[in-house]
Design a protein around this ligand. Structure first.
Ligand code: DOR
Length: 410
């Protein structure tokens, strides 16, 4: 059942805002307008008093499957994603085994398809076992992944990274580096040096580069220069590097207020393209032992809405560009706009305040400095290709199977 009519909802995307109806048939948005007559048999979701955006796409998440089911797995990760308003996730290869072979990439895709809640795009490892010593079989991996990354670690060896750039260019895949040289006392420099190197190598090789979780003004400056020279580079920033401060362990580390302002400015002028969560679930034991990361996919929208949109630092249309349109364009998907012909992927939220409690989460992990905080913008519904994946606390496959069970037919 891939048909749905959403009525009387405020709609916002990167380029427009109106109040009206959205008709999805066969999983595709067919019409958007002030009043659309309900076709017979199409379920109706009343949206009065709520706001619909294109569903979010996460370019950067860790679902820990295979290997670390105590932190997360593909099922709980997918549930957390739809609870956060996401219908697409790109998954990092630091699993166990590492996603450095077609077998692991195929396992991830097949299991995600079987779960059927969100679309999963695996990222393959640049180096075997993320060891930084030898290239993964990139030709064999390429048909099953959209990008290559050693996320969690920088590739330190210049010649290895140069060969990775050349192969990525030949294979038509994106190189998605985690830019951070190890062993440096200054974390900003550690990032900026590797950003500079990778931009230079990608420029020479002509490969597409997508830079993970940028967090320093120097890195932004380097990307500005590269974009002016038409180096094919895109980049992302996380919600926590835009909104949070303190010493909660995360990699790269949280940054000071002036830097957060600079990162926001870089988004607004188009130097940073997208916001990606870096959803990094960990058990309390691993966190106590110092594991870096924030379980962020479920609170991504509420924290950005509360910290940036409500105070007026960012419009909802801008936020929609960074969470939906830009990542859709980077992945090459017809998503991210509320317009006829685009996929029927929507998120609907309400303007109510809520408290982040332990039982808020669908993820197995709750490692976030936001526990106990009051936020606005709780996701009310997530629609994937015209099917309700999440609605008011109920998740498809867990609490219902056919969305007619939760929405009466119109
Ligand atoms: O904080 C982080 N955690 N940053 C990364 O780059 C990796 C991630 C993880 O896998 O836990």
């Amino acid at each position: 059942m891939k048909d749905l009519l959403i009525q009387g909802v405020r709609m916002v995307d990167a380029d427009q805002e109106l109040v009206g109806d959205i008709l999805i048939r066969g999983g595709i948005i067919r019409a958007v307008g002030e009043r659309i007559p309900a076709p017979r048999g199409v379920p109706v979701l009343p949206g009065k008093g709520k706001t619909a955006l294109p569903a979010f796409l996460d370019l950067h998440a860790h679902f820990r499957d295979p290997g670390f089911p105590e932190k997360e797995d593909l099922l709980t990760g997918a549930r957390a994603a739809v609870h956060g308003g996401f219908t697409v996730v790109s998954l990092m290869p630091n699993t166990e085994p590492v996603c450095d072979s077609p077998e692991i990439a195929r396992y991830i895709s097949a299991k995600a398809r079987e779960i059927g809640l969100v679309e999963v795009y695996p990222v393959g490892a640049i180096t075997v076992g993320l060891q930084g010593k030898e290239l993964s079989p990139l030709e064999d991996l390429a048909p099953f992944v959209w990008a290559f990354s050693d996320d969690g670690k920088g590739v330190e060896d210049h010649e290895l990274m140069w060969q990775a750039c050349r192969k990525a260019a030949t294979l038509g895949r994106v190189l998605f580096p985690h830019c951070q040289f190890s062993g440096m006392s200054d974390q900003a420099l550690a990032q900026e040096l590797m950003v500079a190197r990778d931009l230079w190598l990608a420029r020479r090789a002509g490969c597409r580069l997508h830079l993970a979780h940028l967090s320093t003004p120097g890195a932004v400056k380097l990307v500005t220069l590269a974009k002016a020279e038409r180096v094919p580079v895109t980049c992302e920033v996380t919600p926590h590097h835009l909104c949070l401060e303190g010493d909660y362990p995360v990699n790269p580390p949280l940054v000071a207020r002036e830097t957060r302002v600079a990162l926001l400015e870089a988004l607004k002028v188009g130097v940073i393209d997208a916001i990606a969560t870096d959803h990094a679930p960990h058990t309390p034991e691993d966190k106590a032992a110092g594991a870096p990361g924030i379980s962020g996919i479920e609170l991504c929208f509420p924290v950005l809405y509360t910290e940036l949109v409500r105070p007026g630092a960012l419009s909802l249309a801008e936020l929609s560009r960074y969470l939906s349109l830009a990542p859709a364009q980077i992945l090459g998907l017809r998503k991210g706009r509320l317009r006829a012909g685009y996929d029927g992927d929507l998120v609907v939220f309400c303007e109510e305040e809520f408290t982040v409690s332990e039982d808020f989460f669908c993820s197995k992990s709750r490692n976030t400095p936001l526990l106990g905080k009051r936020l606005w913008g709780e996701v009310w519904a997530t629609i994937h290709r015209g099917e309700v994946a999440y609605l008011a606390g109920a998740i498809k496959g867990r609490d219902f199977h056919d969305h007619r069970q939760v929405i009466p037919s119109g």
